[in-house]
Ligand binder design. Structure first.
Ligand code: ADP
Ligand code: ADP
Ligand code: MG
Length: 447
């Protein structure tokens, strides 16, 4: 086992990894940008190293600085968290070239799966259903028109390197397709330094269902059941839960088995998530693999009782999985709400600032994963997510009631600070959500 791990991230997930390491008796090296200097979670690490100025391109994305910090801090492994460099195959490769274990998949598998067009191909080879769409990248207007006519409008133009809900544009007819194609490609080039786009059928009223998988380096692959992340705004998840409501048992078993098959075929190890959309007939289609730990991993931890970060570390250290598929049970229901410091009245613009007062709810089955506290200043430089409130109860009905109760207790105040809590409460209170009948556009349509 590793003696020391460097955490190449910040905020909530950095603290989450520090906690896992401490419970395993592993030392930790935290890194921080000048904007995060003084944050309390850094005190919990054995060592904290400044890696650059506030701008993430000069700090949390600076590969050489992070590897130098790992060498300086004598860390044998790096946990990338999510976002930043977590899905950067060059980073994973450079860590291993520097004799530092990357706590994630092999960089070869990550490179293949990180490209959505290639990932689609891997899914097809593993006989996992994909959304009808182009065979590969779109190379001309004529090809785009031909593919769209074959599958029928509306369609989605998606960036092959896209992520975080960005780089997805709909087109409803031929003229829109041609203008959006150019815009999508230019946007993808700017955001992801890769102009490649492909086309998928725009599935109407889908649900987002994803499967958590973990594999060791000895060929063992298991799934930890599914999560439903249908409550989204602008393709970004707001509320996540496990198990998925209203998913027929047959579909559930089939989708989990498909995800495991795909991961096996890809030569993948460590934790990963296979994302699908499920249509109104409960037919499911692969959309992408997230080759990292996910924001919403706690709901899976709550229903299975398995600490996913600790498992990631064990797998990276070469251990065999200590459980078989049949031993992984899904107990009760867990729901997570992402708390973003955003102003719903200002088009969800981030609202950084000083938290003067913070009251965190508690009680049976309530978990709050966050690095913030009263006196913490939310930085304008990074993601607006400041924490995740998670509940675990025997039934979905009880979980919703508990989460609403906890959100009512939650107080966060400071000059100009607004959060997405009011929106989360509206969703949780809505009969469509309560009955598990929503689709991915439900939130945008309703509010
Ligand atoms: P999850 O499925 O874990 O919710 P998200 O897609 O919301 O994943 O991404 C998690 C974090 O990683 C977010 O902070 C998001 O902004 C960031 N992220 C994910 N993929 C990319 C990408 N390709 N480029 C930039 N940021 C990304
Ligand atoms: P990202 O890498 O940004 O997470 P995804 O491919 O996972 O991109 O898609 C994000 C979200 O966009 C999905 O959860 C779903 O809501 C929506 N989406 C993606 N592809 C389709 C599709 N073909 N039809 C309908 N909705 C889709
Ligand atoms: Mg996704």
């Amino acid at each position: 086992m590793f003696q020391r791990i460097l955490i190449a991230n910040r905020g909530e997930i950095a603290l989450r990894v520090i906690r896992a390491c401490q419970e395993m008796g592993i030392g930790t090296v935290a890194i921080f940008s000048e904007a995060d200097r003084g944050a309390h979670y850094l005190d919990l690490a054995d060592e904290a190293i400044c890696i650059g100025p506030a701008s993430s391109t000069d700090s949390y994305l600076k590969i050489e600085h992070i590897i130098a910090a790992a060498e300086l801090g004598e860390a044998q492994a790096i946990h990338p968290g999510y976002g930043f460099l977590a899905e950067n195959a060059d980073f994973a490769e450079q860590c291993r070239d520097s004799d530092i274990e990357f706590i994630g998949p092999p960089h070869e598998a990550m490179r293949k799966l990180g490209d959505k067009v290639e990932a689609r191909q891997i899914a097809i080879e593993a006989e996992v259903p994909v959304v009808p769409g182009s065979d590969g990248l779109i190379t001309s207007d004529e090809e785009a028109l031909r593919v769209a006519n074959e599958i029928g409008y509306p369609i989605l133009i998606k960036a092959t390197a896209g992520g975080g809900g960005k780089g997805i544009r709909p087109a409803f007819d031929e003229s829109m397709l041609l203008t959006e194609l150019k815009a999508a490609s230019a946007e993808a080039e700017k955001a992801f330094k890769n102009a490649g786009v492909y086309i998928e059928k725009f599935v109407q009223k889908p649900r987002h269902v994803e499967v958590q998988v973990i594999a060791d380096q000895h060929g063992n692959v298991v799934h930890l059941w599914e999560r439903d992340c249908t409550m989204q705004r602008k393709h970004q998840k707001l509320i996540e839960e496990s198990p998925a409501p209203n998913l027929p048992l047959e579909t559930r078993e089939s989708i989990c088995e498909a995800a495991t098959r795909l991961i096996k075929n890809a030569g993948y190890y460590n934790a990963g998530t296979v994302e699908f959309i499920v249509d109104e007939n409960n037919d499911y289609y692969f959309i992408e693999v997230n080759a990292r730990i996910q924001v919403e991993h706690p709901v899976t931890e709550m229903v299975t009782g398995i600490d996913l970060i600790q498992q990631q570390i064990r797998v990276a250290a070469g251990e065999k999985l200590s459980f078989a598929q049949e031993e992984i049970l899904c107990n009760g229901c867990s729901i997570e709400v992402r708390i973003n410091a955003e102003d719903p009245d200002q088009n969800f613009r981030g609202c950084p600032g000083l938290i003067e007062d913070l009251r965190i709810p508690g009680g049976l089955g309530v978990r709050f994963d966050s690095h913030v506290y009263a006196g913490y200043t939310i930085s304008p430089y990074y993601d607006s997510m400041i924490g995740k409130l998670i509940v675990h109860k025997p039934t979905r009905e009880e979980a919703i009631a508990c989460l609403l109760r906890a959100l009512n207790e939650f107080q966060i105040n400071g000059p100009g600070i607004k959060t997405t809590i009011p929106l989360a409460k509206k969703i949780l209170n809505h009969p469509v959500f309560k009955s598990g009948q929503g689709d991915t556009k439900f939130v945008e349509r309703t509010w």
